[in-house]
Ligand binder design. Structure first.
Ligand SMILES: Nc1ncnc2c1ncn2[C@@H]1O[C@H](COP(=O)(O)OP(=O)(O)O)[C@@H](O)[C@H]1O
Ligand SMILES: [Mg+2]
Length: 266
């Protein structure tokens, strides 16, 4: 794939005590692309996202966000890097004492944006996730799926260059999960958002890899890839024992002869 590389990991090693979690992980993410990171529980998926956000640091290797090396950047310089990235955490992680409006607006307040500019942005972003009516609610009044959508809106509000999704459907029922996956597909296909999607649910992973969205007027519709259209901007990374053991499109993953991969997909 050509185009601009927005994120790169080069030989990243991360160890917690004597637990070697990442043992030389390298990959590149290009603008407009979505990487789906799969792997068993504890294989280091969330660790990769934490390192990209600069919430933790690698022991070895380099991490480049839009060409800037962040692994050894000072905390004060990481703030600017983080503002380029939106992250949806595994457990929505909303501020319980703040309203939906305040949760979603949080980054804009931090960036010192004028109040009168904040409200329309909050409404627009909540509109995208279908929750404009919930703007005055408290997180405790929301269902799990609504909380996840607020978390998505909060991550999107600053129009980040890269979105990181850490198991965004964890704990949600199939219908609600479907809704979240559709929002992520729409972001990728209609808004051209670059993303890293982490999941241990293969069903979600294959939904993202095989369905695409089109926008006709105001309605977004979803289609399954077929002989005429094959999604080229979404690739899998499979983590095992600290290493990426597969990188490529879903078709190749499904056809793999590797016994571990076959078992993993079964
Ligand atoms: N802050 C930490 N301190 C110690 N061990 C950690 C820390 N974060 C993650 N780990 C360990 O690293 C491994 C990978 O964790 P994680 O990246 O969360 O896996 P995954 O998201 O794939 O389930 C696990 O064994 C986990 O216990
Ligand atoms: Mg995780």
């Amino acid at each position: 794939m050509n185009g601009e590389c927005v994120l790169e990991m080069k030989n990243v090693v991360k160890q917690y005590g004597d637990n070697l979690v990442l043992d030389g992980v390298s990959f590149k993410l290009f603008r407009g692309e979505t990487k789906i990171i799969i792997g068993a529980s504890g294989s280091g998926k969330s660790t990769i996202l934490k390192l990209i956000m600069g919430l933790d640091r690698p022991d070895e290797g380099e991490i480049l966000v839009e060409g800037q090396e962040i692994a050894r950047l000072r905390e004060s310089d990481l703030v600017a890097v983080r503002s380029k990235i939106g992250m949806v955490f595994q457990e929505s992680a909303l501020f319980d004492s703040l309203t939906v409006r305040e949760n979603v607006a949080y980054q804009l307040y931090e960036d010192g944006i004028d109040d009168d500019k904040i409200e329309p942005k909050v409404r627009e972003t909540l509109g995208f996730v279908g929750l404009e009516d919930a703007i005055d609610k408290m997180p405790s009044e929301l269902s799990g799926g609504m909380k996840r959508r607020v978390a998505l809106a909060r991550a999107l509000i600053g129009r980040p260059d890269i979105m990181l999704y850490d198991e965004p459907t964890a704990g949600l029922d199939p219908i609600t999960s479907r809704k979240i996956n559709e929002l992520i597909i729409a972001l990728r296909d209609i808004q051209g958002v670059t993303g890293v999607f982490v999941t241990h649910r293969l069903r979600d992973a294959f939904t993202l890899a095989t369905e695409y969205a089109t926008n006709g007027g105001s309605a977004t519709t979803f289609h399954r890839e077929g002989p005429l259209l094959c999604i080229a901007n979404t690739r899998f990374l499979l983590l095992r024992d600290g290493k990426i053991i597969f990188e490529g499109p879903d078709e190749l993953l499904r056809r793999s002869d590797d016994p571990y991969i076959k078992r993993f997909l079964a």
